[in-house]
Design a protein around this ligand. Structure first.
Ligand code: PGA
Length: 259
């Protein structure tokens, strides 16, 4: 089966109340008529402004949250729940991003609770996995990805898998300008499919979307997206530049057209 091409724009802790809607508008206009699933992930305070802009431009670009609480409501100062994200217009959420794992200190078990909560809330989950440079150098890439997948997806029922996207993001490639080679990324994606097959079944391994993230630019997107097991990208720095981001999405549109 054909896996629909997906690109996420992870804005991280950037933009303000003026520039966030401006960026959303430029992305929406640049992608008018382009057939791809595109989700932007602005910081929480700008979600509703970006939602309104996407709505006003009649854009097919969707909205997502960069994080969510593992709880539904109550005394959790500073947290944002899945239902709140939905209420602000989000369809999707990033979970287990390497900055949350390695900078904020989230572990596999906590990430798993968030995954289950997000599915329960009806959100699409982009679960990020990937190895550090040290782990890569000691040849642990596949073992790390497998551990993060097995823990992160514990208790996830097969019925919700169509709302799951795995983002393979080698930590050493994020924000460094050093992307994985298309060959290395393809190999890791193939291994991720094998793990999904083991956890669920062959259909899950074949039909779940697996996207690549880490220093994707318009200049390297085409080669990465041309790999058979790479179904799109999660874009950080380059998603803050509408022209560059649109060019990245278009690089995948060519993949779909060729398929
Ligand atoms: P980058 O970030 O494109 O800036 O490397 C990717 C990500 O963190 O999702």
């Amino acid at each position: 089966m054909q896996r629909a091409f997906f690109v996420g724009g992870n804005w991280k802790m950037n933009m303000d109340s003026a520039t966030a809607p401006e960026l959303a508008r430029a992305v929406a206009e640049g992608l008018a008529g382009v057939d791809a699933e595109v989700v932007v992930y602005p910081p929480f305070p700008y979600l509703t402004a970006v939602r309104d802009t996407l709505h006003a431009t009649k854009s097919g670009v969707r909205l997502g949250g960069q994080n969510l609480s593992d709880e539904l409501k109550g005394a959790f100062t500073g947290e944002v729940s899945g239902p709140m994200l939905k209420d602000c217009g989000c369809r999707s959420v990033l979970i287990g991003h390497s900055e949350r794992r390695h900078v904020i200190g989230e572990d596999d078990e906590f990430i798993n609770r968030k995954v289950l909560r997000a599915f329960e809330t009806g959100l699409q989950v982009v679960l990020c996995v990937g190895e550090t440079l040290e782990e890569r150098e000691s040849k642990q890439t596949n073992a790390v990805n497998e551990r993060q997948l097995r823990h992160g997806l514990k208790g996830v029922p097969k019925a919700v898998l169509e709302r799951l996207i795995i983002a393979y993001e080698p930590v050493w490639a994020i924000g460094t300008g050093k992307s994985a080679t298309a060959r290395d990324a393809q190999e890791a994606h193939g291994q991720i499919r094998l793990v999904l097959t083991e956890i669920f079944d062959e259909d899950a391994g074949r039909s779940t979307r697996v996207i690549y993230g880490g220093s994707v630019k318009a200049a390297n997107a085409g080669e990465l997206f041309a790999q058979p097991d790479i179904d799109g990208g999660l874009i950080g720095g380059a998603s803050l530049d509408a022209e560059e981001f649109v060019a990245i999405v278009r690089a995948g549109g060519e993949k779909d057209a060729a398929a």
